[in-house]
Design a protein. Structure first.
Length: 249
């Protein structure tokens, strides 16, 4: 064997040793191995499973309809000791309308720890929408309505599920066809208008007494408004009970 061949073998052996040393160094600094993680550390899947179960139970108590739980992922660099006791879960923070929720997961075993898992609950419901475009002041009728499955997280201003909830209401603004109906889109019709002559009703000793008055403000059903008694010229308050009628004490 000549010197050139011997030198090549020596260099190859040295290179192999360097590569082996680099692999061992990388393994030592890369964090716990898979087998070590499984025996010493609590798996992320088990933690997320506990969060998912907790949020499913939580959502069932808050919502009777359909929902979906989206459990947040944990940082892959996070390692916590395997808990010898059942994990404890609780709500740390929740946003009412958006569905965002942070779950506190605690271990009260010998190696106690506590982590927070951001998650989300998406709520669904059949809600009322309008078939056609409505102009302001248009009475809402049953034939104008239909139900559609919608995410409730996006309906922070409210919604309707039963046509009876909006019977007799009118559009308080311009409503585009296929819009989800919310309370700020609707209002009760005005039954008494400012300056209008009204009937004032009062019960005296079990007898209903009627007088003539003048409305000083407009009002819808059940609203308390000020009126002037045209007989006495006194300003009194009464409740609108029907078209052109105000009940006073």
């Amino acid at each position: 064997m000549n010197n050139t061949t011997q030198k090549k073998k020596t260099r190859r052996f040295t290179s192999d040793l360097s590569l082996l040393f680099f692999i061992l160094l990388l393994a030592a600094t890369a964090g716990p191995g898979l087998a070590q993680q499984q025996t010493r550390y609590h798996s992320h899947e088990a933690i997320r499973g506990a969060v998912a179960k907790f949020l499913n139970d939580y959502a069932k108590k808050k919502h009777t309809g359909e929902f979906k739980v989206v459990t947040g992922r944990l940082d892959p660099r996070l390692f916590v000791r395997r808990c010898t006791l059942p994990l404890e879960t609780s709500i740390n923070q929740a946003t009412q309308h958006s569905g965002h929720v942070t779950v506190r997961v605690s271990c009260h075993g010998q190696a106690g720890w506590k982590i927070y898992v951001p998650s989300k609950i998406v709520y669904y419901q059949q809600v009322l929408a309008v078939r056609r475009t409505l102009t302001r002041g248009t009475p809402i009728q049953a034939r104008d309505l239909y139900k559609v499955r919608h995410v409730l997280n996006n309906l922070g201003y409210g919604y309707y599920t039963d046509p009876k909830q909006i019977t007799g209401k009118i559009a308080s603004r311009y409503i585009i066809a296929n819009s989800i109906l919310t309370p700020h889109m609707l209002s009760d019709p005005i039954l008494v208008r400012r300056g209008q002559s009204v009937v004032l009703e009062a019960e005296v000793g079990g007898v209903t007494v009627r007088m003539t008055g003048k409305a000083l403000v407009s009002g819808s059903l059940g609203k308390l408004i000020k009126v002037r008694n045209l007989s006495s010229q006194r300003i009194i308050e009464g409740t609108v009970t029907k078209q052109g009628t105000v009940k006073v004490n």
